[in-house]
Design a protein around this ligand. Sequence first.
Ligand code: NAP
Length: 288
Amino acid sequence: VTPIRGTTRVIAILGDPVEHSRSPAMHNAAFAALGLDYVYVPLRVRPQDLPGAIAGVRALGFAGLNVTVPHKEAIVALLDGVSPAARAIGAVNTVVRRGRRLVGYNTDGEGFLRAVRTAGFRPRGKRAVLLGAGGSARAAAWSLLEAGVGRILILNRHVDRASSLAARMRLRKSAIVEFGPLTDALRRDTFAQADLVVNCTSLGLAGKGGLRIAISGTPKHCLVYDLVYGARPTAFVAAARRRGRLAENGEAMLIEQARLAFRLWTGREPPSAVMRKALGLPPRSRSS
Ligand SMILES: NC(=O)c1ccc[n+]([C@@H]2O[C@H](COP(=O)([O-])OP(=O)(O)OC[C@H]3O[C@@H](n4cnc5c(N)ncnc54)[C@H](OP(=O)(O)O)[C@@H]3O)[C@@H](O)[C@H]2O)c1
C-alpha cells in the first residue's frame, strides 16, 4: 500500500450506495503497483447532497472521480465540460480535474465495446438486442451504434423508457433502432436474427430476481453478455452456457471502463493483471 502524504492525490467514487463497489480495490492496487502517489476512496453521497459534494471536490482539490448510481446523469449539470461521448450518452461515470475545470467522461460505453470485442463480437452491420433502458443501456446502445451495428432492439419493463431511448439513438445514426416490452424476451422469434444479446437490467444483482429470456431462439453463434458482475456466472449467463452459447458476466467491462478512467486520471497504462487479481479473478484466459 502506498503511504498517504501531503502530496497524495485523491480520487473518489461517489454513489449511494457505494459500499459494494469493487473499484477502490482495483484502482488502489493499480496505483500501488505503479508506485503512483494516488489514493481512491468510496464516498456515499445522497442525491440531494450531490451539488455540495461537487463543491467540496473543487475546494479540496480532488484529482478526479468515478460516479455511480444514482448520480451519473445529475452530475452533468455540475461540471465545467463533458466529452462528446458523455454528452451523447447523457451520463458521466468519470471526472478529471484539468486545472480549475472538472471535465466529465463516460467510459462505460467504450468499456462495454472493448469487452464484447474481446469476446469475439464484430459490431459492423450486426444485430443486437438490449434488455433494459437505463444508464448502462444508453451507454451500450450508443457505443454499438458508433461501432456500426446495423440494428438494435431495446426491450424494457417500462416500455416508455425503451421508446425514448430508441428515439434518442435514432437521431444519431442511420441504423434501425426498435423497441418493445421486456416480456417480448420470452418469445423465441424475438432473437431469431440476434448476433448479440445484452442484459443491461439490474436483474441478476444480489437480492433481485433473475432475468428469463427465450435463449433457445438465438442463433448458435450469438454472444450473450451480462453487465451484472460477480464472482460466479449469473443465472442468465449460466442458462445461456447450458444452451451452448458463448456467454460472459460483466467483469471484463468493469475492468475496461476502469482502465480507461485510470488512463484519463494518470496518463499511465493501467496494469490489467493487477486489477484482475484485485477483483479476485484468475489471470486472463482466451475466453475470459
Ligand atoms: N459491468 C460494468 O462495468 C457495469 C457498468 C454499469 C452498470 N453495470 C450493471 O448494469 C446494471 C444496470 O445498471 P444501470 O446503471 O443501467 O441501472 P439503471 O439506470 O437503474 O437501470 C436499471 C434497468 O434495470 C431494469 N429493472 C430494474 N429492476 C427490474 C425488474 N424488477 N424487472 C425488470 N426490469 C428491471 C430497469 O427497468 P425500468 O426502466 O422498467 O425500471 C432499467 O432498465 C446494474 O446491474 C449494474 O451493476 C455494470
